[in-house]
Design a protein around this ligand. Sequence first.
Ligand SMILES: Nc1ncnc2c1ncn2[C@@H]1O[C@H](COP(=O)(O)OP(=O)(O)OP(=O)(O)O)[C@@H](O)[C@H]1O
Length: 280
Amino acid sequence: MSLVTVSNLTLRTDAGDVIVSGIDLTIGHGEIVGVIGESGSGKSMTLKAIAGLLPTGINANGSIDYEGTELTRLSRRAYRSFRDRELGIVYQDPRAHVNPVHTVGDFLTEALRTNRRMSKKDALARIYALCDEVGITDPEHQLRAYPYQFSGGMLQRAVIAAALATDPRLILADEPTTALDVTRQAEVAALLRRQVRERGIGMMFITHDLELAAALCDRVYVMYRGVIVDEFPADRIYESRHPYTQALLSARPSLERGQERLATISDELRAEIDEEVAGR
Ligand SMILES: Nc1ncnc2c1ncn2[C@@H]1O[C@H](COP(=O)(O)OP(=O)(O)OP(=O)(O)O)[C@@H](O)[C@H]1O
């Protein structure tokens, strides 16, 4: 049994606009599942639907099963408790998710103290051990600093430590490396991979970056305009016959990273893929 099984998930706005349509996706125990696709294809909304964090005005239909629990039926309160217990969420921009007026140490111990009711001393001991795992050295000293005193890469490590602190069984990572330079990207990706492997937990990893997905993930889904158009084991990415995946692969220039490179797909090809998607 998978950790997460999303079946026929459709997200619509109150006005009836379809944001994602008929999504089927699974995440196994100890599995890293990549979701790739260009900007606006619905990756983040799918992640938010799993986390129960859809913005007001967006409604979900379909099923999101988490080891036998139907998440779409949870009350808001039950969903919050599910998130606190089971999920670790890592976003693209760490600065948007830490409180700038609190020290990094306070940020890191907050969930343990409020959700796990740990004493400050116990929470700090746990965080110090995690800092070691995520590569923050000398935590007793470093954690007294404020977020602005941390580099982007170090702050993302702190956010990952915070996400791991409560021993989640599923990590939802939304482009966690995009805001970092290329060297830091590889380090943070390797760090997440190691944590998932060592802990035997699941991870959904959203990225624009095909090469990163191929290197990091076990399986990859490709989203295009709100639907999943392709799925393959990550080491088979270069064998995909789907025209959109092939276009993504051929559109990537050597060292350039980020979404610009996906913008080079021609209108003709888009029309062809639209027809293929509509004909399903
Ligand atoms: N609050 C909202 N209300 C209505 N539509 C929204 C809202 N937020 C996002 N959307 C729309 O939902 C669609 C999917 O957005 P989503 O953020 O999931 O894309 P994405 O693939 O994650 O893109 P990116 O890579 O840029 O984050 C987009 O067309 C976007 O305009």
